[in-house]
Design a protein around this ligand. Sequence first.
Ligand SMILES: [Zn+2]
Length: 269
Amino acid sequence: MPGVGDGRPAIAELHGRCDALLASGWRRVEIAAQVTQRGESLPIPAYFNSTSVDRVLIGGIHGREPAGAIALAAYADRLLELGGSHAILLLPLLNPWGYSRHVRYGPRGQSVSDSDHLLGRAPAPACPEAAAITAFVLDAVRISPGAAVLDLHEDPVYEAPDYHLEGQGSYLYVSGDGGLTHPVAQRVYRCLEGGSFPLIKEGVTRFGERLVDGVIVDTEDGSIDELLAKKRACSPVITTELVLHTETTPPLSERLATYREVLDAFFGP
Ligand SMILES: [Zn+2]
């Protein structure tokens, strides 16, 4: 990816890996597209192996947090097998424009999956992608009550030079009824706790949220995760964060290895 020094692959490569699912009966739908300055259209695809799903995988909402999207695309081979026993919705890269430019938000300067307009906090969608993505998850696919959601983020704390968070590690958001004690959430928790980037148990995020044992429970941040917990009764809804002190600290390869372990933990033995 030109101009981004962390070794992230091209968008076409990520989509290519996911497209390998199509030969096994998965479907691909283009939720929306983002247009670059050069007039190139970057599709935002969704993949699913059933129109009624009980697992949702999300990546690439924020452009400076590439590990989730790359890890999900690399996991497509494993999803081929898991799709035999799970009904899965895969949203691997929701903000390709941000990914390609290494910026947090989309071209309108807004979160591409902002859900405040459906949570009673805003009169209208924050941007066209937010309108399309939230409509897709609520209307185009049936997400079953109790579906488990995993949304892979990173926290580039270097964006906020005045902010300091102790430790090289990770933390979690968990939402949904009984989410924190759900076996899926417990597996992901233990995976991070015992992994290369252990949970940072105490502290305050740069968004002012207090960590309790490495977790923020039932946050109201207007995210697609809050939307799925509140409007589709998903649980657990797990948002993982790996703390980035620079673009390459820790190195992308190590973050990808951790996220593969997190995906394994999410699906379980
Ligand atoms: Zn993020």
